[in-house]
Design a protein around this ligand. Sequence first.
Ligand code: ATP
Length: 364
Amino acid sequence: MGTVSSVTLRDISVAFDGVPALADVSLSIEEGEFFTLVGPSGCGKTTTLRTVAGFESPDTGSVSIGGENVVGLPPEDRNVGIVFQNYALFPHMSVRENVAYGLRYRDPPGEVSTEQRVAELLDLVDMAGMGDRDPEGLSGGQQQRIALARALAPGPDVLLLDEPLSALDARLRERLRVVIRDLQQDLGITTIYVTHDQAEALAISDRVAVIADGRVEQVGPPEAIYREPATHFVAEFVGDNNLFGGVVVSADPPRVGLDPGSDDAPGTTIPVDGVSGVGREVTLSIRPESVSIVGDAERQSAGAAGSITLQATVSTVEFMGDAYRVHCEWQGRELLAKIDADEPPSGAVTLSFDREDVTLLEEP
Ligand SMILES: Nc1ncnc2c1ncn2[C@@H]1O[C@H](COP(=O)(O)OP(=O)(O)OP(=O)(O)O)[C@@H](O)[C@H]1O
């Protein structure tokens, strides 16, 4: 194999016909890391990957691989392996020839012949014995394994994967993403993976960068991205979430008002750790699985234990197999709860959640 390299992008900006596609993107990918770029269509993921590969020249900023600045180096001199969404296998070549094509610029690593290397790689992706087949006769999943073998054949320092699973059906996608992750772990190769699927990103990555509109919104391990979204965008894009607009009504103790109330009833306020600046508008988030539905008896104890309770009405219930997704209405707003119960809830309910599960979103 090649050496394992870190990848650093510093202040990368790219524009197409004067329209910015990336604005000051800085990322540090560690040696051996599985790093995923996730975001909606058109946010700049592919452009970021193409900039690392050398297919795109940034207008400003630097890219280094293994500590070496590679801006200006053509793709074939960067020792990166690339897999695209659409396989990009040559139909007139056998599977073996397709994998060997990966060695057109480089000799196989170690003292092995091309033939031995191709056999090694076919074995690695569980396709031994398929060398003589035509790619066209293979399933999408098999074709993508061949594309992976071809990219890995020269022993690249970095593996770049651009939506490699998005042409496959859901079940195969889930299977193959585990294959890719296992392979990456076994080889210890630095990998940058692009997807628009946030669940896929969370499932397989060491760290994730959420990109929106050509900018990095947040970088972190999947758990941190999910549990502590830094921005409104991340909170909405990653998983289901409840977002509340509110106003800071007191800093000590820190409390946020969720509604202004009326002449007859005071507004609802909840404790939120870390808020300051009375009068400031803030956005709070709480995950549906942190919201429970409690009965009358539990309501007293939930309140006494410091949980927050809201009186809501169930509007729609979806059965998900492992849980019910319960859409509720509270003060004209929709609130989503994900609950494990034997029966679907209905009518008037009390929703309860802990203050520790409320996240204060700070806009960048
Ligand atoms: N060669 C190009 N010429 C003009 N505009 C481009 C070019 N490549 C990308 N863009 C534009 O740059 C922006 C970012 O595109 P990019 O392909 O990087 O996004 P993406 O996040 O990978 O999206 P997708 O998931 O749809 O591939 C988009 O607005 C796109 O239309």
